[in-house]
Design a protein around this ligand. Structure first.
Ligand code: HEM
Length: 160
């Protein structure tokens, strides 16, 4: 954390901190699963929030998905997100902030040659006090756009 939050991203400052919790995942092509998750939002005084996420399988705690990226503001409630994943996927999103709810949809997904085929992703993050709930839908591996994940995380650290 470095100095004051940049004014461009002050509308997103409610995300700052560390969040932990559990989620549930499903898709027509896979077995449904439960996972644990930790998310950190931080800033360096510049006009973006740094986002780091890691997940683990439950109950055995084996590492699952992780991702890292940057939330930016386009002004007037516009939100932008760039995100990279070790599974060879890069997501670029635009969306809207409404109160403490952010709705994002990809404008582009880039894939390395060995990545699973992901065509589009939608993400909704909702913060209510010390609880962050998100839902992720995707169009992937030949299936229509639909649910993949949802999780409920609780604030465990301030502006970490
Ligand atoms: C909390 C984050 C996530 C977790 C815990 C998670 C977990 C999983 C698990 C356990 C599977 C099934 C086993 C496997 O194929 O590895 C899976 C499959 C998959 N996930 Fe996720 N995932 C997450 C995020 C994402 C994101 C962000 C995307 C796309 C951008 C994505 C795309 C896929 C795809 C394409 C498959 C493969 C489906 C198939 O091969 O039929 N996942 N995920």
């Amino acid at each position: 954390m470095t100095g004051e939050v940049h004014p461009d991203i002050s509308p997103l400052a409610f995300l700052l901190g560390t969040w932990q919790g559990t989620g549930h995942g499903d898709y027509p092509t896979i077995d449904s699963f439960d996972y644990g998750e930790e998310v950190q939002f931080s800033h360096v005084g510049k006009p973006f929030l740094v986002y780091r996420q890691r997940t683990w399988a439950l109950p055995d705690r084996a590492p699952l998905h992780s991702e890292t990226g940057y939330f930016r503001s386009g002004g007037d409630g516009a939100v932008e997100l760039v995100l990279a994943q070790p599974s060879g996927i890069v997501e670029v999103h635009t969306g809207r902030l409404n109160g403490t709810t952010i709705d994002l949809r990809t404008t582009g997904v880039a894939l390395t040659p060995t990545a699973k085929e992901v065509v589009g992703v939608g993400r909704r993050l909702e913060v209510d006090g010390r609880v962050l709930h998100y839902r992720l839908d995707m169009e992937a591996v030949g299936e229509a756009y639909q649910f993949h994940l949802e999780a409920e995380l609780h604030r465990v650290g301030e502006e970490g």
